[in-house]
Design a protein around this ligand. Structure first.
Ligand code: 13P
Length: 255
């Protein structure tokens, strides 16, 4: 992998603030030799961001921090929402945007994803933009068209230099939490297509620099096979990121 790989843990709605701090401490002990070669990020729920952020700062940990969602307005009467500035103040490096669970359960669309992507960049953070097809789309052999459309919708109107720093996570919905995965070659085909789409929109430098992660049932046993693919620059890990041992093994597979 020419680009520095990123292995990010999406904790979803797991871990309280206290549990999250313990997990990060345990993770740090297990991966501290790997920083030069791989970037490691954790994406706790909103309520655990502060405790994890404080721990990272006080103990000078090399772990990057991400949130799982954001609203696009700076502030206002939006009960229950969190703004990009609030996340930037907690020293978040990344924000996951457009995860399939948010699209499915909370009505996110390519349009709202696009607004969030721009809002995240505007506060100096980087979006991890999630795309991926359902089983029905895959069975209809429309994965490529569908994912390209998601990428175009999410990135419309951003600057070319922002696109060079972007992270896209390809997460086939049918592989999330199921133990099923595409073949590494099959996942790479979609990631190559994502890279080509970004290249067509923003030019070759963006295509070469953007990092594309694979997500969906990544485990210590299969991580290396995905990391061996030329267009896959790391992983977005759900279930296996909740345990320090298994997440550390996945990190080491990227070294
Ligand atoms: P699993 O690793 O649990 O399949 O989840 C993947 C995911 O949704 C990461 O965002």
């Amino acid at each position: 992998m020419a680009r520095r790989p990123l292995v990010a843990g999406n904790w979803k709605m797991y871990k309280t603030a206290g549990e999250g701090a313990i997990l990060v401490q345990n993770l740090e002990e297990r991966v501290s030799g790997s920083w030069d070669q791989v970037e490691v990020a954790v994406c706790p729920p909103f309520t655990a961001l502060k405790s994890v952020s404080t721990l990272i700062e006080l103990d000078r940990l090399q772990i990057s921090l991400g949130a799982q969602n954001v609203y696009w307005e700076e502030e206002g009467a939006f009960t229950g929402e969190v703004s990009p500035r609030m996340l930037a103040e907690l020293r978040c490096d990344y924000v996951i945007v457009g995860h399939s669970e948010r699209r499915e359960f909370f009505g996110e669309t390519n349009e709202t994803v696009n607004k969030k992507v721009k809002a995240v960049f505007s506060e100096g953070m980087l979006p991890i933009v999630c795309v991926g097809e359902s089983l029905a789309t895959r069975d209809a052999e429309e994965t490529d068209t569908f994912v390209r459309e998601q990428v175009r919708g999410a990135l419309e109107g951003i600057e070319a230099d922002q696109a060079t720093k972007l992270v896209v996570a390809y997460e086939p919905i049918w592989a999330i939490g199921t133990g099923r995965t595409p073949t590494p070659e099959g996942a790479n085909d979609v990631c190559r297509s994502i890279r080509a789409t970004v290249g067509a929109m923003f030019g070759p430098p963006a295509a070469m620099s953007l990092r594309i992660l694979y997500g969906g049932s990544v485990k210590p046993e299969n991580a290396k096979s995905f990391f061996g693919e030329p267009d896959i620059d790391g992983a977005l890990v759900g279930g296996a990121s909740l345990d320090a041992d298994s997440f550390a093994e996945i990190v080491k597979a990227a070294v």
